[in-house]
Design a binder for this molecule. Structure first.
Ligand SMILES: N[C@@H](CCC(=O)N[C@@H](CS)C(=O)NCC(=O)O)C(=O)O
Length: 219
């Protein structure tokens, strides 16, 4: 039975896994989480009551959490491009950067977007201000970290870049990356030029009206 991915093309965490699948041309069936396919969402919730996506099903096995899915793909369905280095120390660095992009770029970005979906009067101005400060701090750290680098770790595209691509993509829409962070801008542009990322971004294009803060007319 082929791999099934419960996902939506506009979701950043789903794009993280889609990029890994596209990098290795791994065949899979998309179980689109959309209003037009309510059974897919029902099955997602029955399989994973936390109801966050993506979720990967491979026969009798299922995996949630984008990073774990990519780790599983490497173990069970490896392709020509290894997204986690075989050297344990290099792999640890990849996982560290993967945590950085999840926790300090994506999480504050999601905080701002989720807050904008709340009813006025129930919004959390303090939480949003804190998330914006976190993003500024993360952009500044990344600017220094990227000195002399092409990709997140060891000049090889990896798990860490799979997450960096959608998270920096949406973070810049949500809380603009200051032009003084030239390396972060150049890295974001390099990621967007990568065919796997370009494909994920293009497939999500029809859904840009979903972006609650208003998608900018670029990228
Ligand atoms: N920690 C999860 C986060 C996944 C996540 O936040 N997914 C979003 C879509 S980008 C989601 O499920 N949103 C639905 C919701 O929050 O109810 C992962 O790494 O996969």
């Amino acid at each position: 039975m082929s791999l099934q991915l419960f996902a939506h093309p506009f979701s950043s965490y789903c794009q993280k896994v889609l990029i890994a699948l596209y990098e290795n041309d791994t065949p899979f069936a998309l179980r689109l989480l959309d209003a037009e396919a309510p059974d897919n969402f029902k099955e997602l919730v029955s399989r994973w009551p936390i109801a966050r996506f993506p979720l990967l099903v491979d026969g009798a096995r299922q995996w949630m959490e984008a990073s774990i899915i990519i780790e599983y793909l490497q173990l069970a369905h490896p392709g020509p491009l290894s997204l986690i280095p075989s050297d344990p120390m290099a792999a640890l660095e990849v996982r560290l950067l993967d945590r950085f992009f999840d926790n300090y770029i994506s999480t504050p970005q999601q905080t701002i977007v989720f807050d904008s979906l709340r009813e006025p009067g129930t919004r959390d101005a303090h939480g949003v201000a804190k998330a914006r400060t976190q993003l500024e701090t993360a952009y500044a750290w990344l600017e220094d970290y990227l000195a002399g680098r092409t990709w997140a770790v060891a000049d090889r595209f990896s798990l860490a870049d799979c997450g960096a691509a959608p998270f920096l993509f949406y973070a810049d829409w949500t809380h603009a990356i200051d032009p003084r962070f030239t390396r972060v801008h150049a890295y974001r542009a390099r990621l967007l030029a990568r065919p796997s990322v370009k494909r994920a971004v293009d497939e999500a294009r029809p859904y840009r009206h979903y972006f609650p803060l208003g998608a900018p007319d670029r990228d």
